[in-house]
Design a protein around this ligand. Sequence first.
Ligand SMILES: Cc1cc2nc3c(=O)[nH]c(=O)nc-3n(C[C@H](O)[C@H](O)[C@H](O)COP(=O)(O)O)c2cc1C
Length: 226
Amino acid sequence: MDIFEGIEKRRSVRVYRNTPIEEEKKKQIDEFINSVNQESGQHFQVFYDEPTAFTGMFAYGRLINVKNYIVVVGKKGKGQEEICGYYGEKIVIFLQTLGINTCWAGISYKKSNVKAIIQKGKKLYLLIAMGYGKHLGNKRKSKAFEEVTNLKDWKKPIPDWFKRGIEYSLLAPTAINQQKFCFKLINDSTVELKKGVGFYTKTDIGIVKYHFEVGALPHKVNVIIK
Ligand SMILES: Cc1cc2nc3c(=O)[nH]c(=O)nc-3n(C[C@H](O)[C@H](O)[C@H](O)COP(=O)(O)O)c2cc1C
């Protein structure tokens, strides 16, 4: 499975089987996370066979039988949540290409049971649950192209790379499926991405940026977050 199919197939999975992640895949995941940490300057960490982080009762989105997870530990400061969203989603889609399911979790976990190394100047932003899903997730509602684009100043035909970028952005996970973002086409290689107001929208916007860039490929786009 390549990253395109990974994006098309991914859905949040909240109920997991007992099947452990194979040693060979663990090696690939560890290597991928190391390379993401080097590139991003963040400190994503993976934990296998740790069943307690997702225990407890939550008002929203209970995750069941989660035994493996990634902690999203990033630098403190402005713009860091977007970066964590961008690189976290890169990991999520990589996992999907290995046939491993995921669910981002902003609130559905028990912080005191989470294993994480948090160095000075860094903080824990979120978790990503992962493993082999019992079910492969549900299709959910999505906004339409017109609801997430602003093309009023664009006088030329809409390029195909932009349409594909939006199509992939609409497949991105967002907290409570809020899809609070809007793309504006600026020129043949630049778009602006505006974040709406809401819960975890800073992380969402980084996730959406990654989806847009992949959707637009092989066209290279500069996505400016506003
Ligand atoms: C930043 C972020 C935080 C999330 N937090 C939770 C959570 O705490 N609990 C949960 O069950 N789902 C959580 N989700 C998953 C979303 O509810 C899910 O992505 C959204 O409903 C869209 O569905 P899909 O991922 O299947 O496309 C989160 C997603 C994102 C992007």
